[in-house]
Design a protein around this ligand. Structure first.
Ligand code: NAP
Length: 239
């Protein structure tokens, strides 16, 4: 049974990925930082269904905690770099701390996890890394310059690492979600959601399941000839 670590799986998109991967026969490690109770409940839910699941805690902005996390969980076959934060603020009002926090949570976290996961994948000559970026990383989002820069960094990391690890039998791909209804977008008003739906060709907003199914696709053996790609899952918002 292949082992998959999903970062930020206590809530939202990560939790959706954990449910879909577990239901499809993967041994799922649910990573969380602060939402221990939610992660524990999700783990119990999956185990009750007879699926393989466990939990692990780490603040992924801290490379020492990432190293310690991998000491606990050991090797993984598949890594889903999903943990992240967002913030909406005028560029001219961004502080050094806003910038550093954003880059640490969205980009450095993925770097630390890739670096820790790869040696085993290289040894077994098989691995999958699936990075969660954002459509704002593709086209840039107003009042989200630091978020957009971090998510564009995820796309660069994906492409460069795919070049480097292809010969080792490891694929690295990226998913760029559109607007997905989770805690991250919960501050938006009904009017905001209506406007976003209007701007989206499908006329709908996304769900964690939409992203999870793309993760499932990239994780499969049948996707072995796909690497370094960015898949927009956004209802056509960005084409
Ligand atoms: P969410 O509901 O806010 O969940 C964020 C997750 O990231 C939580 O599990 C949280 O863990 C974890 N996390 C945050 N900071 C962390 C840190 N320092 N160390 C470890 N874990 C940390 O967000 P979401 O909407 O599911 O988003 C998931 C990913 O999709 C993010 O990378 C986000 O940028 C991306 N995305 C989301 C949307 C959207 O519309 N929702 C669109 C495009 C891209 P704890 O709660 O346990 O602390």
């Amino acid at each position: 049974m292949k082992k998959v670590l999903i970062t930020g799986a206590s809530r939202g998109i990560g939790a959706g990925c954990a449910r879909v991967m577990a239901a499809n026969g993967y041994n799922v490690i649910i990573h969380y930082n602060r939402s221990g109770q939610a992660a524990g409940q999700l783990c119990a839910e999956l185990r009750e269904k007879g699926f393989s699941a466990s939990v692990v805690q780490a603040d992924l902005t801290d490379s020492a905690q990432v190293r310690a996390m991998f000491t606990v969980i050991g090797s993984v076959d598949i890594l889903v770099n999903n943990a992240g934060i967002a913030q909406s603020k005028l560029f001219t009002e961004l502080t050094d701390e806003d910038w550093d926090t954003m880059i640490a949570a969205n980009l450095s976290s993925a770097f630390y996890c890739c670096r820790a996961a790869l040696p085993y994948m290289i040894r077994q000559h098989w691995g999958r890394i699936i990075n969660i970026s954002s459509m704002w990383g593709q086209i840039g989002g107003s009042c989200e310059v630091h978020y957009s820069a971090a998510k564009a960094g995820i796309i660069g990391l994906t492409k460069a690492l795919a070049m480097e690890e292809g010969p080792s039998g490891i694929t690295i791909n990226c998913i760029a979600p559109g607007v997905i209804q989770t805690d991250m977008t919960a501050h938006l008003s009904e009017e905001d959601f209506a406007a976003l739906r209007d701007e989206t060709p499908t006329g709908t907003l996304g769900t964690p399941d939409d992203i999870a199914r793309a993760v499932l696709f990239f994780a499969a053996d049948s996707a072995s000839f796909i690497t370094g790609q960015v898949l927009g899952v956004n209802g056509g918002f960005v084409i």
